[in-house]
Ligand binder design. Structure first.
Ligand code: BGC
Length: 727
C-alpha cells in the first residue's frame, strides 16, 4: 500500500460525504476530495441495506486494492427496536437482559449494513447536570462493569464473522462522566486512585469481554486531552488493560486539542494523537492532511503508522469483510429482522424490568379496573426513546395511550388521555421557536382545560411527566433538574383539585435523575420510567395493570437538589461523620439539605413486601495468602406480601481501615430473586480476597489485611452488616 493509502485507512468521514452523489465518483460540495473519499477506511452514520450495498460496491470497485469500507453507527440503545436507555437498563440490575438487548440491536443494525456500533458507554456518572448520564448504566463501577461486559458480548457474539453481530466500541476513554460542574466537553480532574478504583473498571470489563474498539473522550484528564494522552492510551489502555483493538477518536477530538490549547495546530494534534496510539481520526482533517508530512519529516515512524493500519485492516478481516463486504446485508433480511415480534418482546421485557417504583402507598398500584386518566405530555408521546436512538422511527413506538387502550379493550369508558401542557416552556432551548410566548399560553390553556375534564371524569389519575427527548443526551447539561414549569403547574393544579378524592399515580419519563420537588408527597404512587423506547407503552401498562411487578432499582441516586451533585452512595465517611440521628454543628452536613440522596442507589419497590433475615457470615476470618479461601455471606429472604415479585439482593463491603480512606460501602455482588407469596429462599455470596482489592498507597491493586464489614440488603442504605477479617 502507498503511504497515502495507508494514511487514509486511518481517516473516518461522515456519512454525508458518501451519501450525496453516491460516493467515490460523485462530485459534491463536501470537504473531502474524490481521491480521499475513494481511500478512506471508514464512515459513520449510514444505514440501510440498499444504500450501504451501493456505496460499498462502488467503493471496492474503485479502491486500488479492493479493500472494503467500514460502516459505523451509534446504535446506543436500539436501531429500529429501541430498548430502554442505558440508565434504565442499569436499573434492571440484569446484565443478561442487557446482553439480549444488545443482540437485538446488533441483528437489526447488521441487517442494515452496519459493522460497528459506538456502544456501550462505560462512563461512570455521579452528576445529574450532565445530560449524557442517560447513556450510562449509572454510578457504580461494579454494576457498570457487568452491564458493559454483557452489552459487548451481546453485540459481538462469539464470532465476529457471524453476520448477526457487529463490533462493539467501548467509550469514552476515559472518565468523561466526571466533567467538572457537569458541563459537557469540560475538563476532568481526578486523583489516580479515584480514576482507577471508580472510573476505569467498567471500561476494563468491556475490554475483557472482547470489545474490538475503544473511543477516546472529549475531556482532558488532569490537564491532558484524552486523544493526546500517551500515558492513558499506551500505558494504561494498551499496556495494563491489554487492549489490542482499534482506538478511534471521538468526533473531532483530535482537532479539538488545538482549541484546548494543547496542540499549536492540526499537524501537532495529529502527531500527538498518533504517538498516543489513536488509530482512527473521526471526522477531521488532522490525519488525512498531516500524517504524510509527519512521516516524511521523520516525526512519525513508519512502523507506528503500519501498526495502526494493521489494526484497522485486522478488524475488517475479523468482521469477514474481505469475504463478504456486505456481511449479508439485504433489504429483505432487514425487513424481517427490524421490529420483529421477537425483538419487540425483548424490548418489552426490558421495559418491565427497568421501571423503578419509588413510592406505593395504600397499594395505589397496580391500578384497579376503574376509570383511568393518563395526563401529561408523555401520555400520548411517541418520542419515548432518547436522542441517542438516531436510526429509529418514533412512529413505531407504542405510546402509553395505545397500550392502555389495547389492554383495557379500547373503550373510552375506561381510558382517557390528555397531554395537559407542552413538554417544556418556550424559554427552554428544546422548545425555542416552536411557539411564541402568547401562543404557548394559549396552547397550555387549551391543553389544561381538556386535562381538567379528563381528570374530573376519572377515578384514578396517572400523570405522565418528565423531560422531553431533547433534554438529555449529548450537549444537554443543565443547572436546573426540576420538571419543566408547565408540567409542574399542571401537576399542582390538578392535585389541588383532586388530591383528596382520587388516586394519584405519577410516572416520570427522564434521561437523568431529577429533583422531584413535591411530586413524591403529592402522589400515592411514583414510578421512574426513564426513556423506555419502542415498547415503552406496553411495558409500562404491563406493570401498571399488575401483570408484572416492578423490580427496577436506581443505578444512579436521585438527589433532593441539583446542588448535591456530584452525589453517589459510595462516598467517604469524613473525619466528622454526621450521626445517624441527625446532624449537629461541626459534623459534615448541609444546613439546608440532607447529605444523602432522596432516593439512593439500589432503591426500588415491588408490589410485594420482602423480609430479610440478619446477615450470616460463615466464618470470622480468611487468609490473604490462601487463594482458595473465602467467606460465605448469606441471608434468607421471604416474600411476605401478596404478589409474586422479584427482589434484588445486594452485597456491599466496607474496608474499615485502609492505606487510603475507603468508601462507606461498595457494591460487590447482587442477585435477583423471584418469589411467590409466602415463599422464602437463602441467598448467599462468596467473598474472596480479590473483591477487597483497591489502588493502595503502594500504587497497585491489592487487598490489605484488617477488618471489613459485609452488608446485605435491598438497597445501598442497608445496615444489615457483619464484620470479618482478612488475615
Ligand atoms: C459522541 C460519541 C459518538 C460520536 C459519533 C460524538 O459526538 O460523543 O459518543 O459516538 O459522536 O456519532
Amino acid at each position: 500500500m502507498s503511504l497515502k493509502e495507508k494514511i487514509l485507512q486511518l481517516v473516518q468521514l461522515p456519512g454525508w460525504e458518501f451519501e450525496q452523489d453516491a460516493a467515490v465518483t460523485g462530485l459534491n460540495d463536501n470537504e473531502a476530495s474524490d481521491e480521499e473519499k475513494g481511500l478512506v477506511g471508514s464512515t459513520l452514520g449510514i444505514w440501510g441495506a440498499d444504500k450501504v450495498i451501493e456505496i460499498q460496491k462502488k467503493y471496492i470497485e474503485n479502491h486500488p486494492h479492493h479493500i472494503p469500507l467500514l460502516f459505523m453507527l451509534d446504535v446506543i440503545h436500539g436501531h429500529k427496536t429501541v430498548m430502554p436507555c442505558p440508565l434504565g437498563q442499569g436499573a434492571s440490575f440484569d446484565p443478561e437482559l442487557a446482553r439480549r438487548g444488545a443482540e437485538v440491536q446488533a441483528r437489526e443494525a447488521a441487517a442494515e449494513g452496519v459493522h460497528v456500533t459506538f456502544s456501550p458507554m462505560g462512563d461512570l456518572v455521579r452528576d445529574a447536570r450532565w445530560g449524557r448520564v442517560v447513556e450510562s448504566t449509572g454510578e457504580d463501577p461494579y454494576l457498570n462493569g457487568k452491564m458493559v461486559a454483557a452489552m459487548v458480548k451481546g453485540y459481538q457474539g462469539d464470532d465476529l464473522k457471524d453476520n448477526d453481530h457487529v463490533a462493539s466500541c467501548v467509550k469514552h476513554f476515559a472518565a468523561y462522566g466526571a466533567v467538572v460542574a457537569g458541563r459537557d466537553y469540560n475538563n476532568v480532574e481526578l486523583s489516580e486512585h479515584t480514576l482507577r478504583d471508580q472510573y476505569l473498571p467498567a471500561y476494563a470489563e468491556g475490554i475483557k469481554a472482547g470489545a474490538r474498539l475503544v473511543m477516546t473522550s472529549f475531556n482532558t484528564l488532569n490537564g491532558i486531552p484524552s486523544s493526546g494522552n500517551k500515558w492513558l492510551m499506551r500505558d494504561v489502555l494498551r499496556g495494563e488493560m491489554d487492549f489490542d483493538g482499534v482506538l478511534i477518536s471521538d468526533w473531532a477530538a483530535i482537532a479539538e486539542m488545538e482549541n484546548w490549547g494543547f496542540a499549536e495546530n492540526l499537524k501537532e494534534a495529529a502527531d500527538l494523537a498518533m504517538k498516543a496510539g489513536v488509530d482512527i481520526d473521526m471526522c477531521t482533517e488532522a490525519y488525512g492532511r498531516n500524517l504524510e508530512s509527519l512521516v516524511n519529516e521523520g516525526r512519525i515512524k513508519m512502523e507506528l503508522l503500519d501498526e495502526a493500519v494493521l489494526r484497522v485492516l485486522t478488524l475488517k478481516n475479523d468482521l469477514g469483510l474481505f469475504e463478504d463486504p456486505y456481511r449479508g446485508a439485504s433489504v429483505l433480511r432487514a425487513k424481517e429482522e427490524c421490529l420483529s415480534a421477537k425483538n419487540r418482546e425483548v424490548a418489552r421485557d426490558a421495559v418491565r424490568k427497568s421501571l423503578v417504583l419509588l413510592k406505593n402507598e395504600y397499594n395505589a398500584l397496580p391500578l384497579v379496573e376503574k376509570k383511568i386518566a393518563f395526563i401529561g405530555p408523555y401520555a400520548e408521546e411517541k418520542e419515548l426513546h432518547s436522542s441517542w436512538a438516531i436510526s429509529c422511527d418514533a412512529n413505531d413506538t407504542v405510546t402509553i395511550k395505545k397500550a392502555a387502550k389495547e389492554f383495557y379493550d379500547g373503550s373510552d369508558t375506561r381510558i382517557k388521555t390528555a397531554r395537559g401542557c407542552l413538554s417544556a416552556s418556550d424559554g427552554d432551548e428544546t422548545m425555542r421557536g416552536t411557539y411564541s410566548l402568547s401562543d404557548e399560553k394559549k396552547q397550555n390553556k387549551k391543553l389544561f382545560e381538556k386535562a381538567m375534564e379528563v381528570a374530573e371524569w376519572a377515578d384514578e389519575i396517572v400523570f405522565c411527566l418528565g423531560e422531553n427527548i431533547g433534554q438529555s443526551g449529548e450537549s444537554t447539561s443543565k443547572t436546573d433538574i426540576r420538571l419543566p414549569k408547565p408540567q409542574m403547574n399542571l401537576f399542582k393544579k390538578i392535585c389541588k383539585e383532586y388530591r383528596n378524592e382520587k388516586t394519584i399515580v405519577t410516572l416520570i419519563f427522564t434521561g437523568r435523575p431529577l429533583d422531584l420537588e413535591k411530586i413524591p408527597e403529592k402522589s400515592d404512587a411514583l414510578m421512574i420510567c426513564f426513556r423506555p423506547g419502542t415498547e415503552g407503552g406496553h411495558g409500562i401498562i404491563d406493570v401498571l395493570s399488575g401483570n408484572y411487578s416492578p423490580s427496577g432499582k436506581l443505578s444512579m441516586s436521585f438527589p433532593y437538589s441539583v446542588a448535591q451533585a456530584p452525589i453517589s452512595y459510595n462516598s467517604f465517611s469524613t473525619g466528622r461523620p454526621k450521626p445517624a440521628n441527625g446532624g449537629s454543628a461541626f459534623t459534615t452536613r448541609y444546613l439546608d439539605c440532607p447529605n444523602e440522596a432522596r432516593y439512593p442507589f439500589g432503591y426500588g419497590l415491588t408490589y410485594s413486601n420482602f423480609k430479610m433475615s440478619e446477615i450470616n457470615i460463615s466464618k470470622a476470618a480468611m487468609y490473604k495468602e490462601d487463594e482458595t479461601d473465602s467467606i460465605k455471606a448469606s441471608v434468607t429472604i421471604r416474600n411476605i406480601g401478596f404478589h409474586e415479585a422479584t427482589e434484588t439482593v445486594q452485597l456491599y463491603i466496607r474496608d474499615l481501615a485502609g492505606s487510603r480512606v475507603r468508601p462507606v460501602k461498595e457494591l460487590k455482588g447482587f442477585e435477583k430473586v423471584t418469589l411467590l407469596p409466602g415463599e422464602s429462599r437463602e441467598v448467599s455470596f462468596e467473598i474472596k480476597e480479590d473483591m477487597l482489592r483497591f489502588w493502595t498507597i503502594e500504587n497497585k491493586f491489592d487487598s490489605e489485611t484488617g477488618k471489613f464489614k459485609a452488608f446485605i440488603g435491598f438497597d445501598s442504605t442497608t445496615e444489615n452488616g457483619s464484620i470479618f477479617e482478612l488475615k
